[in-house]
Design a protein around this ligand. Structure first.
Ligand code: PLP
Length: 400
């Protein structure tokens, strides 16, 4: 699908055609996104929001159009609920720090899940250390599905926030986040969704989900690195203390007292990555043009095909067999170390990721050091999955 837009894919690695299956780590960028960056730096580059001159105003206008593009993409109610950050990690740190400093006290509980990326674990642990809060964990079963009955038990009058991923970057599980949000809201507890692996694979509607925060990165959805989004409901953002201090986030500064700017600027201290925001806007237009449903259906076809082919390899075990899955397959073969498989198939031109994928608690759950992870995007093909299959079979023969 639209493969011709990604010229990076037309290269040989070790004299073999590149088969890029590391899309959960980062996707490649279509030419229109690369052109948008080029256009910004050759035609528009200027600092935003503070200038009266033409270029500054143009850059500001384009920046704010991008905010509106993101608003529509996730169906936020207001454009000022869209805060630009450096990525999902930055977004989650923003919420943990700012929400935490505003609302959390000793003995309060934070609820996450066992399948979180470290980016949705460690910022909450900082908070626990600083404030004396308690981190609690919703377990998953051996298929990689959250055990929702446990969630009910874990929600207590002390729970102050729930933070779970929409899609697991290791297991591929699409979590029933709407249900999680409903359950938490019955106790008036806000919910943060880590959408880093979801936004480019399924339709996200933050009003329909009714989540309180939704965090994602641009670079996993065909946009440049260094740009991300933190969506937050107005009612929370207005109450929360700023994340970082600096230019743009203030209304007035005196040595005696500083007052803060309105949303969204209160959370956007300093010069943002304006060129990358332009790239994000074009990436969203690109996804919209193809249609997120079409992308989801196509990737699902790839997932089914890859699951069937890989499962036919004797001794291969797939981690994450949830009924609702995004196009991510984690696997191991017997006791072969995943990095040995990754190293051999790399020499055959195949780019997969090996290791713990920043989800060490998932590895602990299964008692393994890591997995081989193949993750698919809209430009991958069944022929590439055949190449993966053949390479894995060859690696297995060499390593067993
Ligand atoms: N959350 C999930 C589920 C992820 O997969 C990742 C990255 O792999 C992140 C958060 C962190 O994203 P970033 O490194 O772009 O900030």
């Amino acid at each position: 699908m639209n493969r011709e837009d990604f010229s990076i894919l037309n290269q040989q690695i070790y004299k073999r055609p590149l088969v890029y299956l590391d899309n959960a780590a980062t996707t490649q960028k279509p030419q229109v996104v690369i052109d948008a960056l080029n256009n910004y730096y050759t035609q528009i580059n200027s600092n935003i929001h503070r200038g009266v001159h033409y270029l500054s105003q143009k850059a500001t206008d384009e920046f704010e159009i991008a905010r509106e593009t993101v608003r529509q993409f996730i169906n936020a109610k207001h454009h000022y609920e869209v805060i630009f950050t450096r990525g999902a990690t930055d977004s989650i740190n923003l919420v943990a720090s700012s929400f935490g400093r505003t609302f959390l006290h000793e003995g309060d509980e934070i609820l996450i899940s066992e399948m979180e990326h470290h980016a949705n674990i460690v910022p909450w642990q900082f908070l626990c250390e600083e404030r004396g809060c308690i981190l609690k964990v919703i377990p998953f079963d051996d298929n990689g599905e959250l055990i929702l009955d446990k969630l009910n038990e874990l929600l207590t009058p002390k729970t102050k926030i729930v933070a779970v991923s929409h899609v697991s970057n290791t297991l591929g599980t699409i979590n029933p986040v709407k249900k999680v949000i409903e359950m938490a809201h019955q106790h008036h507890i806000p919910v943060l969704i880590d959408g880093a692996q979801a936004v480019s694979h399924c339709k996200v509607d933050v009003q329909d989900l009714d989540c309180d925060f939704y965090c994602f990165s641009g670079h996993k959805m065909y946009a440049p690195m260094g740009i991300g989004v933190m969506y937050g409901k107005e009612e929370w953002l207005n109450q929360m203390k700023p994340y970082q201090g600096g230019g743009e986030m203030i209304k007035q500064v005196t040595f005696a007292k500083t007052t803060y700017n309105d949303l969204p600027f209160k959370f956007e201290a300093g010069t943002p990555s304006v060129g990358d925001v332009m790239g994000l806007r074009v990436a969203i237009d690109y996804i919209n043009h193809i249609g997120i449903e079409n992308i989801a259906n196509y990737e699902h076809e790839l997932l089914s095909y890859a699951t069937e082919r890989l499962s036919s390899i004797q001794g291969l075990k797939i981690y994450g067999t949830s009924a609702q899955k995004a196009a991510i397959i984690s696997f191991n073969i017997g006791n072969i170390h995943p990095s040995d498989i990754g190293t051999i198939i790399d020499k055959l031109g195949i780019a997969v990721r090996t290791g713990h994928h920043c989800t060490q608690p998932i590895m602990d759950h299964f008692g393994i050091p890591g997995t081989v992870r193949a993750s698919f995007a809209l430009y991958n093909t069944k022929e590439e999955i055949d190449s993966l299959y053949e390479a894995v079979v060859r690696a297995k023969m060499m390593l067993e």
